[in-house]
Design a protein around this ligand. Structure first.
Ligand code: ATP
Ligand code: MG
Length: 314
């Protein structure tokens, strides 16, 4: 059990943008896929105003969303916008509800840019947050896609984060990655900067990316034992070949499998919103178990799930 999961609590105004990060120090656990799919649902199913910010020089979120919205060219990268001191100048409107600040390989220059332009750690660490504060009020949700590292670039994103979803691929390296992320990395940021880092762990999201089905239940139980029932999402991400197709070809909404993917991420977003509400109203999540609204454990859709539509993709 880890009571420290509740690192910091701040009562936020209901109309403030909430910044969400899907984090994990281990690579390839689905952070980018989960970020893009949850953002899609928030914007095009739940009709919130959503901004996705890609700070990873791999630019996987940029590629995923570009393909999904047939965007051929990136007019201006986040790095160019950071150099100009104006994040707004790189915003791409994928849809009236879904905006993207794209990344590119030039993002490798960001750490050098910060060290050259700012003398102290605080100014370097809070530069993205300072620029984000000028545009965040245009959005309900801001999702930042981060690389699997812990450097100054990720620090810049983490200090903007209100709610961190720890993506936990259920295997040993990922357990260690989650624990390091929470207890070493995030705790150190909170220790260093105190209340200027508003981060709250929203929960640990189990992801079962391997195909070995008989082990699944055991691995999920292990995650719950390690982090505590209240701290683990009841919605679980299983291995879905369809999500790999989206990475290659972009999101599509054409058949029953697409609807199942939307239902899965609608449950993840719904559970995330419920968890956020509990933190904001009650300060903690206790004795809570999310009841799925859109898809049942056997990945059958509920009636609500069958009715889901994706604005702009129907
Ligand atoms: N639930 C899933 N089922 C099957 N494949 C998945 C699932 N989620 C992600 N993938 C695939 O796994 C690979 C890694 O996913 P993704 O890029 O989202 O991970 P990541 O954690 O962002 O990686 P990185 O650490 O490099 O940023 C991709 O090929 C993606 O299509
Ligand atoms: Mg990624």
């Amino acid at each position: 059990m880890y009571p420290m999961l509740n690192l910091y609590y701040r009562k936020r105004g209901i109309d403030m943008a909430k910044t969400i990060i899907f984090g994990q120090q281990k690579g390839g656990v689905g952070k980018t896929t989960d970020t893009c799919m949850t953002a899609l649902v928030a914007a095009l199913v739940k009709m919130h105003k959503v901004l996705v910010i890609d700070i990873d020089l791999q630019a996987n979120a940029t590629a995923f969303l570009s393909k999904s919205f047939n965007l051929e060219k990136i007019p201006k990268t986040i790095m160019a916008a950071l150099e100009d001191g104006d994040l707004g100048s790189s915003i791409i409107e994928l849809n009236s509800n879904l905006h993207l600040i794209p990344s590119g390989y030039d993002m490798r220059l960001y750490t050098e840019f910060l060290t050259e332009n700012f003398n102290n750690t605080k100014d370097r660490t809070f530069y993205l947050k300072k620029l984000l504060s000028k545009i965040e009020n245009n959005y309900d949700y801001i999702f930042i896609d981060v690389p699997p590292s812990t450097d100054l670039k990720v620090d810049n994103a983490m200090v903007c984060c209100d709610y961190l979803v720890v993506v936990q691929e259920t295997q040993q390296f990922s357990f260690e990655g989650s624990q390091r992320l929470i207890f070493d990395y995030v705790q150190t940021l909170v220790d260093d900067f105190g209340s200027q880092v508003p981060i709250q762990i929203a929960g640990v999201l189990p992801a079962l990316l391997q195909q070995k089905r008989p082990m699944h239940q055991k691995l999920v139980e292990e995650t719950i034992e390690t982090f505590g029932r209240d701290n683990v999402f009841n919605t679980i991400i299983q291995n879905h070949a369809r999500l790999q197709w989206y990475a290659r070809l972009g999101f599509k909404f054409e058949d029953y499998h697409d609807k199942k993917m939307i239902a899965l991420f609608a449950d993840i977003f719904e559970e995330l919103e419920q968890r956020i509400k509990l933190f904001e109203d009650e300060g903690d999540v206790t004795n809570y178990l999310y009841q799925p609204l859109y898809s049942l454990t056997q990945s059958k859709l509920t009636n609500l799930g069958k009715e889901l539509n994706v604005n702009g993709f129907n």
